[in-house]
Design a protein around this ligand. Structure first.
Ligand code: NI
Length: 136
């Protein structure tokens, strides 16, 4: 019997969508305002979903305090109030789209969890635009 627990988190960050291999004209055409050379910001909202068996001793799937600390260390601390392109190693050569950000977040949190857990990340870039990734 598996139960999924969810923890919400938040970070503010700046980014620029750009493909270095393309001309400025093509970058403007494909990415529009998101290609602004001086960057722009988003209020990112995150839902971290962990699915697993209920531990018969604690009654928990995972201690939410532990999950909260993992999200803080892996996402909030390195991403909040940062320029994703310039400040975050993972995006030095990876376009920081919501799709790529959600995969990076999944990889960072996955390596901190017990292997038996299923992990899914939901990332809102705006209240209406969001992406999900579960490792598959
Ligand atoms: Ni953007």
């Amino acid at each position: 019997m598996k139960v999924t627990v969810h923890r919400k988190a938040h970070f503010n960050a700046a980014h620029r969508l750009n493909n270095k291999n393309w001309s400025e004209e093509k970058n403007d055409k494909i990415f529009g305002l998101c290609n602004n050379p001086n960057y722009h910001g988003h209020n990112y909202e995150l839902i971290v979903s962990v699915k697993g068996e209920i531990d018969p001793e604690t009654g928990y799937v995972i201690d939410m305090k532990i999950l909260k600390d993992i999200i803080y260390e892996e996402v909030e601390l390195p991403f909040d109030h940062k320029n994703l392109n310039l400040d975050v190693e993972e995006f030095k050569n990876l376009n920081p789209t919501a799709e790529n950000i959600v995969v990076v977040i999944w990889q960072k949190i996955k390596k901190r969890l017990d292997k038996d857990f299923d992990l899914e990340i939901t990332l809102y870039e705006t209240p209406r635009n969001f992406v999900t990734f579960n490792g598959k």
